[in-house]
Write a protein that binds this ligand. Structure first.
Ligand code: CA2
Length: 147
């Protein structure tokens, strides 16, 4: 089995599809995981898809991705805008990191315009809903294949 691409999701993303559907759409996190499994299968990638509401857990998983993963896709949700701990953990990685957001954070509240994740990321994809995760997997594939 090859090293998986870690796909980490931050706080409250477990509520997707139940509330705030005008902003985040109808898809649940389980729907997004299924979409990722499908896309990853097509690309020949293994994935490790996780969600936590706890900053420390996300830090532990980022470190695990650095040890055992081929790449990391992260939607840090609200921690995007607050967490130096996530930035420090991400900066220690040598695998490719891609930041994803369902919504266009730059078209929303000013406090969402700054990301602590972006300085450690190869790139950021936002505003495309669940498709952003597929685009991120595509980008990971290209990066791993050095396309
Ligand atoms: O657009 C994104 O993916 C965000 O990362 C989502 C975060 C938000 O804080 C970021 O600024 C942008 C919020 C995720 C919360 O998701 C909910 C879903 C349903 C109901 C309540 C929250």
């Amino acid at each position: 089995m090859s090293s998986p691409v870690f796909i980490l999701n931050g706080p409250n993303l477990n509520l997707l599809g139940t509330r705030e559907t005008d902003i985040y759409g109808q898809a649940s996190l389980e729907d997004i995981e299924a979409l990722c499994r499908d896309t990853a299968g097509t690309l020949g990638l293994d994935i490790e898809f996780r969600q936590s509401n706890h900053e420390g857990m996300l830090v532990d998983w980022i470190q695990e991705a650095g040890r055992d993963g081929a790449a990391l896709i992260i939607n840090a949700a609200a921690y995007t805008h607050t967490s130096v701990a996530l930035l420090d953990a991400l900066k220690a990685l040598s695998v490719p990191v891609i930041e994803v957001h369902l919504s266009n954070i730059f078209a929303r509240d000013e406090f969402r315009h700054h990301s602590y994740v972006s300085p450690a990321a190869m790139g950021i994809i936002c505003g495309f809903g669940p498709k952003g995760y597929q685009l991120a997997l595509d980008a990971v594939y290209d990066s791993l294949m050095q396309l």
